[in-house]
Design a protein around this ligand. Structure first.
Ligand SMILES: Nc1ncnc2c1ncn2[C@@H]1O[C@H](COP(=O)(O)OP(=O)(O)OP(=O)(O)O)[C@@H](O)[C@H]1O
Length: 361
C-alpha cells in the first residue's frame, strides 16, 4: 500500500491509537468470487474528517455495512471506540449502532412526520421523555439553521434543507461518529458547498468525528483532513489530503484527481510527439515551500532562454499551496532542457517531460 509516510508521521503527532474512534484491521469480505473487501486496514481518529473515495463497486458500501454491523466480515476486526463489534449479536449491536449517526444520499426522512419529529426519532427509539426530545430537536434545528421549519413536513423542503434535517437527526443521540454516505451526491454544486461547510463547522465546533464516503474528489478537497483511496476492495493510498493531492501515487488516485487538477489542454496534448524537436512541454508539480517560492522568476534569472507558461495554476488544499504548471521550453537544445529540469528538481518540484510540440503553442 502506498503511504504518504512523512506527511502522515507529522500529521499523526497530535493523535494516539487510544483516540481512534474506528479501527479496521485486515478486513475481508467475499461475495462468491468477488472480493468486496480484500484486507482493509484503516483508522478514523477522534475529531478528524476522514474521506474514503472510490469508484462504483470499489467496496465502499460493504465497508459501511461492516462498520454498522449489518454485514459480517469473513475475517479481520472492526473496533468502534475500542470495542470489537464484528462478532456481536443483534442485541449487543443495538446500543453500539447508536454511537454512529448516518446521513444518506436520499436523506431517508419519514414523510409522515414533521421535521422536529424526524430529528427527535433516534431519541424516541431510546425511550427518552418527550420534553427532552423536543428540546434536543430545537437545539439541533438551530445548529443546522432550520428552526423555523420545525413544524414543516419533509415534502415542503428543498434537497439542501432535507439534508440539514438528516444531519440534525444523525446528531440527536450524540454519536461518536458521523458516517456520511454520498450525502451530497444528489445535491447541486451550491447546495453541496453549503452542506459541506455545515459539516466542517459542526466538526470544528463540536469536535465531531466524521467518516465521509464519496466518489467525488472535490468533496474530499473541501473538508477532509485525511483521505483513503479504495479500489477493488483494497486501500491503495492514504494520507493527509494535501499530501495525496500534491503527490498521488496510484493510477486510480491520479484518475480520480483528473477532474480537479490542471491537465494539459487537449489542443496541445494532441500535438505532442515523443523525442526532441520543437518546444519541450514540461509538467511541473509543486507543493508546500516549493509552491511558495518564486520558482519561475528564479529559473529565468538562473538559466536565460525562452520558456513560456502555457497552462496551470496553484490551488490551496488544507491551507497548503498545491499546483501544476505546464511550461513550453523553446530552443530545441537538449543540454539547456536538462539544466532546466535539474534546476526545477533542486527546488523540490516534480518534473516530467510530456513530449515536444512543433510550431507555436
Ligand atoms: N450482496 C452482494 N452480493 C454479491 N455481490 C456483492 C454484494 N454486495 C456487494 N457485492 C459486490 O462487491 C463489490 C463491492 O461492492 P460495494 O457495493 O461495496 O461497492 P461500492 O464502492 O459501494 O459501489 P457503489 O459506489 O456503486 O455503491 C462489487 O463488485 C459488488 O458487485
Amino acid at each position: 500500500m502506498n503511504q504518504h509516510v512523512t506527511a502522515e508521521v507529522a500529521d499523526r503527532a497530535y493523535s494516539t491509537a487510544s483516540e481512534d474512534v474506528v479501527r479496521l484491521t485486515d478486513l475481508k469480505r467475499r461475495f462468491g468470487a468477488t472480493p468486496a473487501l480484500d484486507g482493509v486496514s484503516l483508522t478514523v481518529r477522534k475529531g478528524e474528517i476522514l474521506g474514503i473515495i472510490g469508484r462504483s463497486g470499489a467496496g465502499k458500501s460493504t465497508l459501511i455495512r461492516c462498520l454498522n454491523g449489518l454485514e459480517r466480515p469473513d475475517s479481520g476486526e472492526v473496533f468502534i471506540e475500542g470495542r470489537e463489534i464484528s462478532r456481536l449479536g443483534e442485541r449487543e449491536l443495538q446500543p453500539l449502532r447508536r454511537r454512529i449517526g448516518m446521513i444518506f444520499q436520499h436523506f431517508n426522512l419519514l414523510s409522515a412526520k414533521t421535521v422536529e419529529d424526524n430529528v427527535a426519532l433516534p431519541l424516541k427509539l431510546e425511550g427518552r421523555p418527550k420534553a427532552e426530545r423536543l428540546a434536543r430537536a430545537a437545539e439541533l434545528l438551530d445548529l443546522v439553521g432550520l428552526s423555523e421549519k420545525a413544524k414543516a413536513y419533509p415534502a415542503s423542503l428543498s434537497g439542501g434543507q432535507k439534508q440539514r434535517v438528516g444531519i440534525a437527526r444523525a446528531l440527536a443521540a450524540r454519536p461518536a461518529l458521523l458516517l456520511s454516505d454520498e450525502a451530497t451526491s444528489a445535491l447541486d454544486p451550491e447546495t453541496t458547498r453549503s452542506i459541506l461547510a455545515l459539516l466542517k463547522d459542526i466538526n470544528r465546533r463540536l469536535g465531531l468525528t466524521i467518516l465521509l464516503i464519496t466518489h467525488e474528489m472535490e468533496v474530499i478537497r473541501s473538508i477532509a483532513d485525511r483521505v483513503a483511496v479504495i479500489d477493488a476492495g483494497c486501500i491503495v493510498e492514504q494520507g493527509p489530503v494535501w499530501s495525496v493531492f500534491a503527490d498521488p501515487r496510484s493510477e486510480i488516485t491520479k484518475s480520480l484527481l483528473g477532474g480537479i487538477r490542471p491537465q494539459l489542454p487537449a489542443e496541445i496534448a494532441s500535438r505532442l510527439v515523443p523525442g526532441a524537436g520543437g518546444d519541450a512541454i514540461l509538467r511541473i508539480d509543486v507543493a508546500g515551500e516549493a509552491a511558495r517560492a518564486p520558482l519561475l522568476s528564479d529559473l529565468a534569472d538562473a538559466l536565460p532562454g525562452p520558456f513560456r507558461l502555457v497552462h496551470g495554476g496553484i490551488d490551496h488544499v488544507q491551507q497548503q499551496p498545491v499546483g501544476t504548471l505546464f511550461l513550453a521550453v523553446a530552443g530545441n537544445d537538449e543540454n539547456h532542457l536538462s539544466q532546466v529540469i535539474a534546476f526545477l528538481k533542486a527546488r523540490q518540484a516534480r518534473v516530467e517531460v510530456l513530449g515536444h510540440v512543433a510550431g507555436s503553442v
